[in-house]
Design a protein around this ligand. Sequence first.
Ligand code: HEM
Length: 408
Amino acid sequence: MLKTNFHNFPKGKPFSMILGDFLGRGIFNVDGEPWSFQKNMATLELGKHSIRCYAFDIINSELKTRLIPLLSSLSEKQVLDLQEVFRRVSFDIICWLSFGIDPRCLELSLPMSDFSRAFDIASRLSAERAMNVSPLEWKIKRALNLGSEKELKRAIEIINLLAKEVIRKRRKMRYSTGDDLLSRFMSTVNDETYLRDIIISFLLAGRDTVASGLTSLFWLLGKHPNVVSAVKREADRVIGENKDLTSYDQIKELHYLQATVYESMRLYPPIQFDSKFCRNDDRLPDGCLLKMGTRVTYHPYAMGRMEEIWGSDCLEFKPERWLKHDGVFFPESPFKYPVFQGGFRVCLGKEMALLELKMVALSLLRRFQIKLVTTNNRQPQFSPGLTATFNSGLPVLVWQLNHKISCQ
Ligand code: HEM
């Protein structure tokens, strides 16, 4: 479905209709020519080594000037919702990286931007359309501008205003000299609505997924202090005690950290499932017959918990399962671990996402002790949406550790 007979499994009309008002013709919501155009442009930009080094600097700056000062300023009894903080961090980073613009979502005063809120509402309500028994339900509500459809329309209006503003600012800053993704698109695309759609898909790709990955990572780390100690030991050995990361290349040597991030997303993939529609009758390798128009879903959340795939300890959080005997990280096939999907539509921001997850995790774990504030020991509950979101956030208490790592 994702590789051998990829062309027979497009995203399909039912989903592009559900997400159409929010995502328009952005990469997440299209097939065929508009998809390959956006993919080619994004691959050119995101595949460059230079953009990874640029991303390293942006993430470093967000950590040093905002996230670390924010956590350092908390009193010992102040409960912080880490999920909300991670959403702001990843929003700042993806905006800077994709559009060359800094929205300053994580300023110390923590203003909740209208845009960020509108983005959450649009993502949630668009996903909820899929839960209607018949699409007629939401279509009638949309035509009459009622209830959730009215709310969705208002949220999309706010998003459109901001997207316009981003494009206007970028034009003013002479986009042709910019090194970001938007500048690349703006040099070829004149249609303002199409540019808006491209912006929204990249924001969705880069914000909620990374924030979700970080939230579940810290939830699991809060329950596995032995893993936290091992991550810190490796960092002290590779980077040096009380020393900070200095380059993109250095982080590649942290194999245990990489294993920890992969293991966390095996159990809690940010995109829990993904569907395609069968264009023509087909037969899966196991003999299962698919009629034209059938919805086919692969489910990384379920796959990560299957004994047949991961063995009898599949429910345990064990970064070691990703390491060979010499402690070197060993990646699995993307079809066994489809957290970033596999085949032709594999995630284009995978390396960027891993870099962000690892840098945030490392800088927080080496400076702070983070304690979960939970009232019970239950598994996290998720809100409906396009990416996995803990419905009660991730409340934590934060203490500074005694030793200091120099901020370069
Ligand atoms: C932990 C973080 C992330 C995860 C788990 C993730 C996962 C995924 C998945 C499962 C898809 C396939 C979606 C589909 O076709 O329906 C995808 C696509 C994509 N991702 Fe990511 N992603 C992450 C972060 C990022 C970041 C940071 C960026 C941008 C810098 C990004 C850019 C994209 C793009 C452009 C696509 C569309 C690819 C296409 O349709 O050809 N992702 N991602």
